[in-house]
Design a protein around this ligand. Structure first.
Ligand code: HEC
Ligand code: HEC
Length: 420
């Protein structure tokens, strides 16, 4: 992978200049800020009463009779997306699995050592889970951990020796992320060596856009993600995903077809598009000094501080969504680039991207970091020290510079991180 062997000062200034030239990193305060808050109030995308209805749909507990299962992970979106307010992350871990064919890659249990030493040799094959009644469920890397009847419980076999756990993600501000032009992400990828992937916009046949949601950038559209989550997390067939992943086991005659007979799918997207961005903690002088250290280490090359949404009136996602005044032309501060990188923590799973994405994960946007206890995609880091020390691969230079900080400088850096 393209390890950038520039001096970091050159890297930072080249990146900054290029981004400034494109209008992506804005230092002036002429561009309005996206509204921030964990307050359940709309950012203006929808009226408050419309958002309230959408919060209800997102928080609704489903049952086998309304359509849950036969295999699923939980009975409501809110169970995995609530902290501070509806839309936050939760400490829930999901399981993915698969194996490699024709590979010499060596896997260890310690995520620190999961390092892709020989490129993309071998082909990732998604797992075949076996239901308790013996039915194989092939070609499915997501392993559901609950079932509506004993027969449908999924188990792995020893063949699928790649197992990856992934934390649920927070949703605050995602409506702004969705409105970042593809061109911004493509230009960033050129700057910092990250990978942007084109993914299908599920609601429009044949249309693609640059992925930005999920640990693997598997979706570009919040509506696409809603349909995917509804079928894969809850076993709920819907307008975008009309087929059950698992069939012929514990059928429920009461459940409507599709299970989503009230178009909750669109409500989920309305809810997420109406969310404000996460608010910052107190900005003390120490926090400001810590931010300067963060920048001088080069962390902001991936943890990009400022992005700007496309102007109001822009049609995105193949013309299916026209950006309005509430979302359009706003700056926000994700501290992420929404690109895939190999920082030595890859989980070996390939989803919507090409084979070389196996060892890559999306830069975790650091906004809202102060509201998270377990860190990194696998929740295996608990302190900032641990999370930063796991950065290798493309982030080796930045991590080495971090190691040379004095304890006092590290303390300032952590105060900054905690304020996000
Ligand atoms: C069992 C827990 C669980 C349930 C239930 C669940 N999610 Fe998620 N959600 C996750 C996890 C884990 C991720 C990260 C997945 C990944 O990328 O591998 C995620 C990621 C997302 C993302 C991407 C966010 C981002 O910023 O990248 C969206 C959007 C989302 N979920 C929406 C939903 C919606 C809508 C529902 C209800 C239909 C839902 N989720 C139900 C666990 C869950
Ligand atoms: C090459 C891109 C890149 C650089 C440079 C980089 N990071 Fe990261 N960072 C990532 C990726 C990718 C992840 C997610 C890794 C994972 O979950 O396995 C991440 C995750 C994190 C997390 C965990 C966040 C969470 O909520 O779990 C912290 C904290 C963090 N980085 C801080 C830093 C700091 C501090 C620096 C500078 C010393 C830095 N990063 C430099 C790409 C980068």
């Amino acid at each position: 992978m393209n390890l950038k062997k520039r001096t970091f000062l050159a890297a930072v200034s080249t990146a900054t200049l290029a981004l400034l030239a494109m209008g992506m990193v804005i230092t002036a305060d002429t561009i309005p800020e996206a509204p921030a808050g964990f307050d359940g109030l709309t950012n203006g995308f929808s009226d408050q009463n419309v958002m309230n209805d959408a919060i209800d749909a997102f928080s609704e507990t489903e049952t086998a009779d309304t359509g849950i299962g036969p295999t699923y992970n939980d009975v409501s979106c809110v169970n995995c997306h609530q902290n501070q307010a509806v839309g936050g992350a939760a400490q829930v871990l999901e399981l993915r699995a698969g194996h490699y064919e024709g590979t010499r890659q060596h896997w260890t249990r310690d995520a620190r050592h999961r390092f892709d030493t020989n490129g993309s040799s071998g082909t990732f094959v998604a797992a075949t889970a076996i239901l308790a009644n013996g039915t194989p469920v092939p070609n499915r890397s997501l392993i559901n951990q609950r079932a509506t009847c004993r027969d449908a419980q999924e188990r792995l076999t020893d063949v699928d020796n790649i197992r990856a756990t992934r934390l649920a993600l927070p949703l605050f501000g995602d409506g702004f992320v969705e409105a970042v032009p593809d061109a911004t992400l493509l230009a960033l990828a050129k700057q910092n060596g990250g990978e942007a992937i084109e993914v299908p916009v599920v609601e429009l046949n044949g249309v693609t856009a640059i992925g930005r949601f999920g640990w693997k950038d598997q979706h570009a559209s919040l509506l696409s993600f809603s349909g995917d989550a509804y079928i894969n997390e809850m076993g709920f067939t819907n307008a975008l995903f009309p087929d059950e992943a698992v069939t012929g086991v514990c059928p429920n005659a009461n459940a409507p077809a599709p299970n989503d007979n009230q178009d909750d799918l669109h409500q989920f997207a309305v809810f997420m598009r109406s969310l404000k961005v996460p608010p910052r903690g107190a900005i003390t002088p120490q926090v400001t000094s810590g931010q300067a250290i963060f920048e001088s280490l080069g962390c902001a090359s991936c943890h990009v501080e400022t992005m700007v949404t496309a102007p109001s009136g822009t049609a995105i996602l193949g013309g299916s969504l026209v950006i309005g005044d509430a979302i359009g032309g706003k700056q926000f501060h994700p501290f992420g680039d929404f690109l895939l990188h190999n920082v030595g923590t890859g989980d070996g799973i390939v989803q919507n991207g090409p084979d070389d994405t196996a060892q890559k994960v999306r830069t975790m946007p650091l906004w809202g970091l102060g509201t998270r206890t377990q860190l990194m995609h696998d929740a295996q880091s608990t302190t900032y020290t641990e999370a930063i020390e796991r950065h290798r691969g493309e982030a080796t230079d930045e991590e080495r510079r971090y190691e040379r900080l004095t304890p006092a400088q590290k303390s300032l850096l952590y105060q900054f991180l905690g304020s996000l």
